[in-house]
Design a protein around this ligand. Structure first.
Ligand SMILES: NC(=O)c1ccc[n+]([C@@H]2O[C@H](COP(=O)([O-])OP(=O)(O)OC[C@H]3O[C@@H](n4cnc5c(N)ncnc54)[C@H](OP(=O)(O)O)[C@@H]3O)[C@@H](O)[C@H]2O)c1
Length: 275
């Protein structure tokens, strides 16, 4: 694909696990900028990266300087200042030739447990994290429809994902690995998500996307498959039951379905994550 110098992309949280995967996917095709906050060392000398702390800095001014056509938010941090930052980003998007891609979470549905969730389902959360995501989603949805894309993600894994690193270190140190036998979920990888975002940018897709694997898995089966594929360990599992009944934390698409080559199944997630 040809380099499109007209598109300018700002990834907020580009020093993080997912933001960095997105940066690597996009930087050869677009004029791509990324923010870091505390993880200064690898990025300080990199001209494409800038320091941004949503507890201190004015994102509106930063965006006015960088003039992006697309802003991708892959941020974490203090909840109140995240909310304010996303309000300010939304104000910038409203007034400029710019679109917003926001990484949300399956947790926006974590108060519902009986079924998987689809794009048009009403959000409801009983966790503070899920409620934060709902609040930001609602701010973004006030923008004109052609200006926003909300990506609801399940658990994201990948070769260097913090979750895989944690499992590996628990195995080496012979620590217990928590599994949730009642939890039915879907999963994805940082690489597949980055390819999906690349496609969404190229095709100017807007609206809500549910980007989980096409199949659903029990948390304990999935983690045990991962561990078995990692080698000849003798894992110690701690079974955690948060409810008596099975509960779903799964985001499936009904309306915004991506092409087959951009979909993923949970066995692929296992295979890719242990590479
Ligand atoms: N990982 C998952 O399984 C998953 C699932 C669903 C949704 N999501 C969502 O995806 C997004 C990215 O998640 P991730 O797992 O990649 O997180 P992460 O690895 O912790 O990265 C978070 C990013 O936010 C930056 N950040 C933290 N505090 C900040 C602050 N006060 N000001 C400015 N930047 C700040 C970090 O910068 P420094 O590292 O430089 O400090 C980093 O670049 C999040 O919005 C998360 O809710 C993730």
């Amino acid at each position: 694909m040809e380099r499109d110098n007209k598109q300018r992309i700002v990834i907020l949280g580009a020093s993080g696990f997912i933001g960095n995967a997105i940066y690597k996917e996009l930087c050869s095709y677009f004029k791509t900028f990324g923010s870091y906050c505390t993880n200064t060392k690898p990025y300080k000398e990199n001209q494409q990266f800038f320091q941004y702390n949503h507890e201190q800095d004015d994102i509106y001014e930063i965006l006015k300087t960088l003039k992006p056509n697309v802003v991708i938010s892959a941020l974490r941090g203090n909840f109140n200042s995240q909310i304010l930052a996303h309000q300010h980003i939304s104000e910038y998007i409203r007034l400029h030739n710019c679109r917003f891609i926001f990484l949300s979470s399956a947790n926006v549905f974590d108060a519902y447990s009986k079924l998987p969730s689809y794009e048009k389902d009403k959000t409801l959360s009983e966790s503070i994290y899920g409620r934060l995501k709902i609040k930001i989603e609602n701010t973004i949805m006030l923008l004109p429809k052609n200006k926003w894309t909300i990506l609801r993600l399940p658990m994201v894994l990948g070769t260097n994902s913090p979750r895989i690193e944690e499992i590996k270190s628990n195995l080496k140190e012979k620590k217990t690995i928590e599994v949730f036998p009642n939890l039915i979920m879907n999963v994805t990888t940082d690489d597949k998500l980055s390819q999906q975002i690349h496609y969404i940018i190229n095709r100017e897709k807007t609206g809500i996307f549910h980007l989980g694997s096409t199949d659903l898995v029990h948390h304990d089966d999935f983690i045990k498959d991962l561990v078995t594929s990692m080698g000849d360990y003798k894992p110690v599992y701690k079974q955690v039951y948060t409810t008596n009944d099975e509960r779903y934390l799964a985001v499936l698409p009904k309306h915004n379905i991506l092409p087959k080559n951009l979909q993923i199944e949970s066995p692929d997630v296992v295979e890719i994550s242990i590479l």
